[in-house]
Design a protein around this ligand. Structure first.
Ligand code: FAD
Length: 397
């Protein structure tokens, strides 16, 4: 183990999936030295994806990771917030912790709007349980933002018998993420589920029981949830020597090492230079949290790490499983496999006949095959690739 000595103290800040996976992978890699996880929440590490799905629907009350921390010999310092960082010393609200190697995995926090105190956000298990208690049948829920979390929350709230209005400032759901020909069918999903989706509705401020729109209209609500994105939870690193990028994410190198010696970063709080995409990328998905956490462990264990996966995420909305793998840009050619009128369809983005991304709606096989083809840089016959009756892999030239 070139990097870590058995007596080195490793401290991981943040007790989410990235932090947990980093700790587990260190132990799986055979390192037995002192290892602590510092987490601001009072809970053991848990998964967030079910918070807007099974937890809201009362199918689950907890989503803790199924790990035996005692057996792993990991010291869990939960309910403790890191407040400052200097070489070799982590300041927390319960005193200083010395470290030899530090991993930053503090995730992201929801962006707030003016009047935030009158609105809910959905980031933690406590947020989810509190929102669930408020979603009584007949209650009017106003969701600000028609993004992934907005769509999932609207889905759950409708199932719970709420009246749901979604206010979106842009002209389509998922603004910026997907082109209009894809968001148009998704707009229909809201209507079919009985959700009122109001596009071009810019929120000025929120007050108890009401949302003020920029055009002066007042939208009355029993509950307001703001889901307009998240930003890296890194403000506490100011002045530490850890460089942040323009978006506030920890600016790491290709092995997820930060600019402060002995400090790495993983998950929603980090950006890294991608050779695959020729730019620095910031990813906020569960799959990235898992793999980047494990990649940091591999780097700490002395491995040569060049972290550059094909990004993947999923969303469960309006009774559909939506999955996306890869990364597309505006100039890529969009190819439909099936029609948005079908129950199941996919779209593929091609760059010079190579797939760079795929979005699937209830077509998991397309997703699995596309993931491999993107990774391999396969060249596809576009005519065969557009035939939904053929497996995607049969389109390889
Ligand atoms: P986090 O999960 O945010 O964990 C970071 C932890 O660090 C938090 O517990 C935080 O309290 C703690 N922390 C922050 N600052 C400090 C500090 N200074 N000191 C100590 N602790 C600190 N992704 C998908 O791919 N598919 C999905 O369907 C999906 N659904 C989602 C649904 C919801 C409601 C949410 C919120 C997210 C969802 N995601 C989904 C995204 C995914 O959950 C995140 O990408 C993932 O949780 C990131 O993991 P992380 O460990 O980097 O950060």
């Amino acid at each position: 183990m070139a990097e870590l000595k058995s007596t080195d103290r490793v401290v991981v800040v943040g007790a989410g999936v990235a932090a947990a996976q980093c700790a587990v992978a260190l132990r799986e890699g055979g390192w037995h030295g002192p290892l602590s996880l510092v987490g601001a929440e009072p809970h053991h590490p848990y998964d967030r994806p079910p918070l807007s799905k099974d937890v809201l629907l009362a199918k689950a009350d907890r989503t803790a990771l199924d790990l035996d921390w005692e057996a792993l010999d990991v010291q869990l310092l939960t309910g403790r917030r890191a407040t400052s960082l200097a070489a070799g010393r982590l300041g927390t609200d319960a005193g200083e912790l010395p470290y030899d190697r530090l991993v930053l995995a503090t995730g992201a926090i929801p962006i707030r709007l003016p009047g935030a105190a009158a609105a809910r956000v959905l980031r933690t298990i406590d947020d989810s349980l509190a929102l669930r208690a408020a979603l009584r049948p007949g209650a009017h829920l106003v969701l600000v933002g028609a993004g992934w979390i907005g769509a999932e929350t609207a889905t759950a709230a409708r199932r719970l018998g709420c009246r749901v209005t979604v206010l979106e400032a842009a002209g389509a759901p998922l603004p910026g993420a997907l082109p209009a020909e894809l968001t148009e069918p998704m707009r229909q999903w809201y209507a079919q589920a009985g959700v009122e989706l109001r596009l071009g509705a810019r929120v000025d401020r929120i007050e108890p029981g009401a949302v003020h729109l920029a055009d002066g209209e007042l939208v009355v609500a029993d509950e307001v949830v703001v889901g307009v994105g998240a930003r890296p939870d890194t403000a506490w690193l100011a002045g530490s020597g850890v460089e942040l990028d323009a978006g506030g994410a920890v600016s790491a190198d290709a092995s997820l090492r930060t600019t402060l010696p002995g400090v790495w970063a993983a998950g929603d709080c980090v950006s890294y230079p991608s050779a695959r995409y020729g730019e620095r990328v910031w990813v906020q998905h569960w799959d990235h949290a898992l793999h980047s956490g494990r990649a940091v462990a591999a780097a700490l264990l002395g491995g040569e790490v060049a972290y550059d996966p094909v990004p993947y995420f999923w969303s469960e909305q309006f009774g559909r499983m939506v999955q996306y793998v890869g990364r597309h840009s505006a100039g890529d050619r969009l190819l439909w496999r099936g029609s948005p009128e079908d129950a199941q369809w996919s779209v593929l983005w091609l760059r010079e006949e190579r797939p760079v991304a795929v979005l699937t709606v209830d077509r998991p096989r397309d997703l699995a095959q596309a993931r491999r083809l993107i990774d391999q840089g396969a060249v596809l016959d576009p005519v065969l690739a557009a035939d939904p009756a053929l497996p995607l892999k049969s389109a390889v030239r």
